[in-house]
Design a protein around this ligand. Structure first.
Ligand SMILES: Cc1ncc(COP(=O)(O)O)c(C=O)c1O
Length: 400
């Protein structure tokens, strides 16, 4: 019998972190690797946010705080929910954690019982199914398809719901596809949820501000106010504010769930970094003026990558509404062979060969639960993206 927890045998390490580490290792060994696997903006944290952190240090705000966040940050989150979504929350309905990841994890730990099911549309962010498993629940994967631009349909949601369903995890714009649901598309899903009063929705709005071509972001509780009492809206400062290393996320929802999340956090990590919390107050309350120019840059990169990938025979790449990912299909390349004799029989084989043969790191679709695809993160320079896509074009042209 292993010394290790039996629960751990049910989960796998994050494949995106593993691939990013492998790319870094090859780079350290002198290879000219272009990494398109990491889910973080290449922009620096805005200066006003850094200044707020420096001021917090100077003012001695360096001690323990309340376990689930300082009142000022909870208030800033409430103001944000009102400003952006017209939704009223009080500080007692806000939980601040060490990154969006911790708040999602706490929420699942706080609510899962043996046998509880969680509907997760695929392709999904890699951590959702494993977090559900760690919390003792059962992930129920609802597969979408490229035909609906990877968006879950009402019928697919309806088919996935059982009497044991506890949550739907909803993520728009999505990691890994970038797909963003319009108000109408989301309303079709909330209509299904209205027919199933035992199902709650955990909305992961992490990429809310990263949206292009006039896409209007909306979140379930604003689209269907009657869902307010069974919605947990999760968000954070990591992506839009280029603050991945600061580790601040937050959730807004019913007091009972927020209190349960606080209990878990108080017995595990305690408060998120005090200095980061003050920086996040500035991120939410301060100027949002850098979002538009950043989005211009992301949009330009998205268009560049979509165009160059669609130029490849055998690859089909939808144009997503947001985030900084595209999720092209390689259905037309399966069964081909590389010049060194490797058979491309899966998206994992494709991504491995791409890294080994032309030094481009991407994440294979199986990691996100929908194949045969791969995820490109375009949060890197235009030059690197052009070079990476040129290499992918060359690699695909060399397949026979
Ligand atoms: C969809 C989604 N949710 C949550 C997170 C977690 O963000 P954080 O870095 O704040 O923990 C990520 C990060 O990659 C993500 O892509």
């Amino acid at each position: 019998m292993s010394f290790l927890s039996a629960t751990l045998s049910r989960v796998k390490p994050s494949p995106t972190i593993a691939i990013t580490a492998k790319a870094a290792e090859l780079k350290a060994a002198g290879r000219d690797v272009i990494g398109l696997s990491a889910g973080e903006p290449d922009f620096d944290t805005p200066q006003n946010i850094k200044d707020a952190a420096v001021a917090a240090i100077a003012a001695g705000k360096t001690k323990y705080t309340a376990p689930d966040g300082i009142p000022e940050l909870k208030q800033a989150a409430c103001a944000k929910m009102k400003r952006d979504h017209g939704l009223d929350y009080t500080p007692a309905q806000i939980s601040v954690g060490t990154g969006g990841k911790q708040t999602l994890y706490n929420a699942l730990m706080a609510t899962m019982n043996e046998g509880d099911e969680v509907v997760i549309p695929a392709p999904y962010w890699v951590s959702y199914p494993d977090m559900v498993l760690l919390a003792g629940g059962t992930p129920v994967i609802a597969e979408t398809s490229i035909q609906t631009n990877f968006k879950l349909t009402a019928d697919q949601l309806e088919a996935a719901i059982t009497p044991k369903t506890k949550w739907l995890i909803f993520n728009s714009p999505s990691n890994p596809t970038g797909a963003g649901y319009s108000r109408e598309e989301l309303k079709e899903l909330t209509d299904v949820l209205m027919r199933h009063p035992h199902v709650w929705v955990m909305s992961d709005d992490m990429y809310e501000h990263l949206a292009y071509d006039g896409f209007e972001f909306c979140t379930p509780a604003e689209v269907e106010p009657r869902l307010y009492d069974r919605t947990l809206t999760c968000n954070g400062v990591s992506k839009a504010y280029a603050m991945t290393g600061w580790r601040i996320g937050y959730a807004a929802g019913p007091v009972e769930v927020i209190a349960a999340m606080r209990k878990i956090q108080s017995q595990s990590t305690s408060n998120p970094c005090s200095v980061s919390q003050w920086a996040a107050v500035e991120a939410l309350n301060g100027t949002q003026s850098f979002l538009a120019p950043n989005n211009e840059t992301f949009k330009r990169r998205r268009d560049l990558v979509v165009r160059m990938l669609n130029d490849i025979d055998g690859i089909s790449c939808p144009t997503p509404e947001g985030a900084f990912y595209v999720y092209p299909s390689i259905a037309g390349l399966i069964g081909k062979t590389t010049p060194t004799g490797t058979l491309i029989d899966s998206d994992e084989a494709f991504a491995t060969a791409l890294l080994e043969e032309v030094d481009v790191a991407v994440v294979f679709g199986a990691a996100f639960g929908l194949s045969p695809n791969f995820r490109v993160s375009y949060a890197t320079s235009d030059e690197a993206l052009t070079e990476a896509c040129t290499r992918i074009q060359r690699f695909c042209a060399s397949l026979t």
